[in-house]
Unconditional design. Structure first.
Length: 321
C-alpha cells in the first residue's frame, strides 16, 4: 500500500516510541571495556533523518557515546569507495558468521576468510586495506574524513575509551595476528589493530548516526551537506552487509522481527537503514547477550511496525512536509 504521512506525524511517532520504550528494563552495559561500564544506563535517544535533510529527534540525541562496532559500517564504506565492491568481496567477504562479533572460531571455520567487514576480524582487515597502505597517519585521516563526510560533522576521539580499549583488547590482538597468518592483513597487523581500536573509540551522537544512515538510505548523497559521499551503486552493497550480519548471531531474529537492516555497537548505538525513506538511529547503553542495545532495538521496531515499513514488504511510505 502507498501511504503519505507528514513529518509532523513522524515527529509524534518518534516521541511516542521514546515514551513507550524509555522505562523498558533489561540488558546491561558492556563491561569488558571498563569505560563503557561506567556510562549512565538511563541515557536514551532516537533520531530519524529524512532525505530532505530534516532530522527528527527525541531524548538524548546529542550525547556523545562510543561508536564501537557501528564504525565498521563507515570503514566498510571507505574500502568500498577505495577498492570497489568486487575487491571487498574477494579480500574480505560478505557472509554472515552466525557467531559473536569477536569470534576467532569464525575465522577458522571460514578457512582463512574474515567473512564480512562488519565483524571484528573483517573490520581489522578493512583497516589494513585503507589507503595509503603503510602510512598510519594518512590512513587515520582517510578514516576520519570519511566519518565526517558520512555524518555531516566531525566525530571526536574519546581518549579515555581509546585507552581503556587499548589496554584490554587481548582477543582482538589474537585476531589481528591470526589474520596475518592467513594472509588477510594487507598492512602491518599492529597498525591495523590500532586503527580499528581508535575508530571504535570515536565519539558520536545519535543525530550524527542517523545522518550517516540516511546517507546510505539516500544512495550516498548526504542529505544535510548535499555532498555525494559515495557512488550510488555502493548503497545496496553496504545495506546488504548490514542486513546480513549487523546484529551478529541475532541478525536473523532481528531482521525477521523488524524488517530494518541495522548495525549495532557495544557503546549502545544502533544505525538502521530504510532505503529511500530514512536513516534511523537510537542509543541506550544496556545491551542484550549478543551486545545489541535493548532499548534501541525496541525503539526502531516500534517505529517500523507503526509505519509498517519493512525492506521485505510492508507499505510504501512517503514523508511530506
Ligand atoms: N560489538 C562491538 O561494538 C565491539 C567493538 C569493540 N571495539 C570490540 O572490538 O570488541
Amino acid at each position: 500500500m502507498k501511504k503519505t504521512i507528514t513529518s509532523n506525524d513522524l515527529k509524534n511517532l518518534v516521541n511516542e516510541a521514546h515514551a513507550q520504550v524509555k522505562d523498558l528494563k533489561g540488558g546491561k552495559n558492556a563491561n569488558y571495556i571498563p569505560f563503557l561500564d561506567k556510562i549512565d544506563s538511563n541515557l536514551f535517544g532516537i533520531s530519524v533523518c529524512l532525505p530532505s535533510g530534516e532530522v527528527i529527534e527525541a531524548g538524548d540525541t546529542n550525547y556523545v557515546f562510543g561508536i564501537e562496532s557501528v564504525s565498521k559500517v563507515y570503514t566498510a564504506i571507505l574500502v568500498l569507495r577505495q577498492y570497489g565492491a568486487q575487491a571487498v568481496l574477494d579480500k574480505i567477504g560478505a557472509d554472515a558468521t552466525g557467531l559473536p562479533f569477536n569470534s576467532i572460531m569464525a575465522i577458522l571455520l571460514e578457512n582463512d576468510h574474515p567473512s564480512t567487514p562488519l565483524v571484528n576480524a573483517g573490520a581489522i582487515s578493512a583497516d589494513s586495506m585503507v589507503k595509503p597502505v603503510g602510512n598510519s597517519e594518512a590512513k587515520w585521516k582517510a578514516i576520519t574524513d570519511n566519518m565526517r563526510e558520512l555524518s555531516g560533522s566531525d566525530l571526536k576521539l574519546l581518549d579515555e575509551l581509546y585507552k581503556s580499549e587499548s589496554e584490554t583488547n587481548f582477543n582482538n590482538r589474537s585476531i589481528a595476528w591470526l589474520l596475518k597468518n592467513f594472509n588477510r592483513i594487507y598492512d602491518d597487523p599492529n597498525m591495523s589493530l590500532d586503527l580499528y581500536t581508535r575508530q571504535c573509540s570515536m565519539g558520536v551522537t545519535a543525530k550524527q548516526l542517523s545522518i550517516a544512515a540516511c546517507t546510505i538510505a539516500n544512495n550516498g548523497l548526504n542529505p544535510v551537506t548535499k555532498q555525494q559521499v559515495f557512488d550510488p551503486s555502493l548503497s545496496p552493497k553496504i545495506t546488504s552487509l548490514i542486513a546480513t550480519v549487523g546484529f551478529y548471531e541475532h541478525t536473523g531474529d532481528w531482521l525477521y522481527t523488524s524488517g530494518v537492516p541495522a548495525k549495532s555497537g557495544v557503546g549502545g548505538g544502533v544505525l538502521g537503514v530504510v532505503p529511500g525513506l530514512f536513516g534511523i538511529a537510537a542509543f541506550a547503553p544496556p545491551l542484550d547477550e549478543a551486545g545489541n542495545s535493548v532499548k534501541a532495538q525496541a525503539a526502531i521496531k516500534y517505529i517500523a511496525q507503526k509505519l509498517n515499513v519493512n525492506v521485505f514488504g510492508g507499505d510504501h511510505v512517503e514523508v511530506i512536509n
